[in-house]
Ligand binder design. Structure first.
Ligand code: NAD
Length: 484
């Protein structure tokens, strides 16, 4: 099935407000993971294109975009958000085809993208400096200023949401952005850039250069004209990006995924918990940085929780993205191999339940049935390593201390949730859990435009989303005036 008509050529980059082919003219195939067919070809941007994009971004800062007041930037983002809303159906279809994401989930992401623009549009003129009491005869104040050119290296799992949170906050603070979407999925990044252009965003304020990580991505993260890098993706690539940024002594925000637990205590309200326990693991086929891949259950209710989750698992269907099943294909044949490799590593674990791949799912699609596995050993590889597929392990515990030790017992710390009616336990654990976000009697896999988000340990550092991101995408200048 061909793609809908697009108002740009997907094999081009957007640099300085114009769509143009990459300098060396190369292209890469974009694959539809629902059936393995080629959707279209995208630009294979390289260092020449990144250089041009950084130059265009700097020119925007030195020109019209740099003169925008905070109010004007806010209005611009709000207008972009309105245009995103007018294009929700197209954006959802592009994301579904490109990522393999079930259509209703892709639609929710498009609406979230608009919401990020609304949020950061409204916030742009609400961030300000302070006055500081100092010596007699002085007035001291601080100014919040943009970093300058910001680099945004985005993965394939939630392109719209991640672009919304990082590019939205960067533009709100007056930075000019160079965006490198993932080679596996970049249609909505291109469409978003076209929407921003059509909304009147000054040339060069947002530039998009698709391409391979080792080429365009590495060129962006090591460019000495870039003053801040925001990255979401794997730990290994995050470490490379931090090294490259270190050589230029610029700040980085790294969001690197996790092994996020939900802790179910014996007094938990299971009816409330159940949808969160399962959905947080299978949303976007488990390819979610904040997927809840570990379910920790107090032993007295272990069998009951496993039985209830198994019933839901058995009803899960897996099929093409546009068919809007519970679970779509994984992003690629490569990702399918990674997840099947994990299932092999977990062959010693009892399979409590599995979802069903529909009979008509194309054989060349990257489908993996969701697996619910019983895992008595919290040190097992499947209870420790990020799988990035529709696989959850259920781990028993005896008491609060053991639950906490298991929950904190991985290299990661992105999201955790606590299911208990005991208020003191809620507060104790919320403090003790090593995690960037803690949910009490709910779970927000990727949700919450307003909620600061980011990890500790191997989950990364820095915070995106909410007002907090605006501090990360700006720098503070202190002005000390002696006037006597
Ligand atoms: P990746 O981290 O390699 O890719 C993410 C982004 O980084 C892409 O845009 C890619 O082009 C870019 N990139 C890759 N190498 C780069 C380099 N040397 N310099 C600069 N940019 C570079 O992830 P992947 O290979 O697509 O997926 C592998 C695993 O990563 C997954 O199985 C999953 O565990 C994890 N992952 C996590 C997230 C998340 O949301 N935290 C997202 C995607 C993947």
């Amino acid at each position: 099935m061909s793609l809908p008509d697009l108002p740009f050529d997907p094999s081009h980059c957007l640099i300085g407000g114009s769509w143009r082919p990459p300098a060396k003219g190369g292209t890469l195939a974009l694959i539809d993971p629902s059936d393995g067919s080629e959707l279209t070809r995208i630009a294979r941007g390289q260092s020449e294109d990144i250089n041009a994009a950084v130059t265009a971004a700097q020119a925007a800062l030195d020109g019209e975009w740099g003169r925008f007041t905070a109010l004007e930037r806010g209005r611009m983002l709000t207008r972009i958000g309105q245009l995103v809303l007018e294009h929700v159906d197209l954006l959802a279809e592009l994301e579904a085809r490109d990522v393999g994401k079930p259509l209703s989930q892709a639609r929710a992401d498009a609406i979230a993208l608009a919401r990020y623009m609304e949020f950061y549009g409204g916030a742009a003129d609400k961030i300000h400096g302070e006055t500081i009491p100092y010596l007699d005869g002085y007035t001291v104040y601080t100014l919040r200023e943009p970093h300058g050119v910001t680099g945004h290296i985005v993965p394939w799992n939630y392109p719209m949401q991640i672009i919304g949170r990082s590019v939205g906050a960067a533009l709100a603070m007056g930075n000019a952005a160079v965006l490198k979407p993932a080679e596996e999925a970049c249609l909505t990044a291109l469409m978003f850039a076209e929407i921003a252009r059509a909304a009147g965003l000054p040339d060069g304020a947002l530039n998009v250069v698709p391409g391979l990580g080792a080429e365009a991505g590495a060129a962006l993260s090591s460019h000495n004209g870039v003053q801040h890098i925001s990255f979401t993706g794997s730990v290994a690539t995050g470490a490379l990006i931090q090294q490259a940024a270190g050589a230029n002594v610029i700040p980085v925000t790294l969001e690197l995924g996790g092994k996020s637990p939900q802790l179910v205590f014996e007094d938990a309200n299971l009816d409330e918990a159940l949808p969160f326990l399962v959905n947080a693991g299978i949303q976007n086929a488990g390819q979610t940085c904040s997927a809840s891949s570990r379910i920790l259950v107090q032993r007295s209710r272990y069998d009951e929780v496993v039985a209830a989750m198994s019933k839901r698992y058995a009803a899960l269907t897996v099929g093409p993205a546009l068919g809007d099943h519970h679970v779509g294909p994984l992003i690629s044949a490569r990702q399918k191999e990674i997840v099947l490799g994990f299932l092999e590593k977990g062959a010693d674990l009892k399979v409590a339940a599995k979802g069903q791949i529909i009979d008509t799912a194309p054989g060349a699609g990257a489908y993996v049935a969701p697996h619910l596995l019983l895992c008595p050993d919290p040190e097992h590889a499947l209870a420790q390593q990020e799988i990035f597929g529709p696989v959850q392990v259920v781990i028993p515990f005896d008491d609060e201390a053991q639950a906490l030790a298991i929950a904190n017992g991985t290299d990661y710390g992105l999201v955790a949730s606590i299911w208990t009616e005991n208020g003191a336990r809620q507060l104790r654990l919320a403090k003790a859990l090593k995690s960037g976000q803690v949910f009490i009697n709910n779970y927000g896999a990727g949700g919450g435009v307003e909620l600061p988000f980011g990890g500790i340990g191997k989950s990364g550092h820095g915070r995106e989303k909410g007002f907090e991101a605006l501090y990360g995408f700006s720098t503070l200048k202190t002005v000390a005036a002696k006037h006597g």
